[in-house]
Design a protein around this ligand. Sequence first.
Ligand SMILES: [Cu+2]
Length: 124
Amino acid sequence: MPLQTMGRIAAALAALAALPACEYTYSDDRGLMERSTTDRAMLTDQTTVTTSPVILNVKGMSCPKCVTNVDIQLARIPGVQKSSIDMSTGKVVVNFDPTKHVTRGALAKAVDDSGLTLASIEGK
Ligand SMILES: [Cu+2]
């Protein structure tokens, strides 16, 4: 697949899914567009986070669009009040209402839905 075509596909995917194009990588041999995803175990973790704030270590944040996307997805979780994102370190500080039963899985899914990958969660 020529590079130009690949660029167009990445742009189309990004527009379609409202995901940052920077998260798609091109696999040369198979001609596939792929992106890294968060561990399935993290996405399905139903453990409630009890202490606010919690710090998410996010991989793949490379432009302001990534920051906006992750902020939007986190804000959709009931109980999440605010997130502060440092693009250079990939650290996302999430403030939430501890009585709202925010789960680790919900946080992981929000990051994943934004087109990024959750590496780990700091906090209880
Ligand atoms: Cu980006």
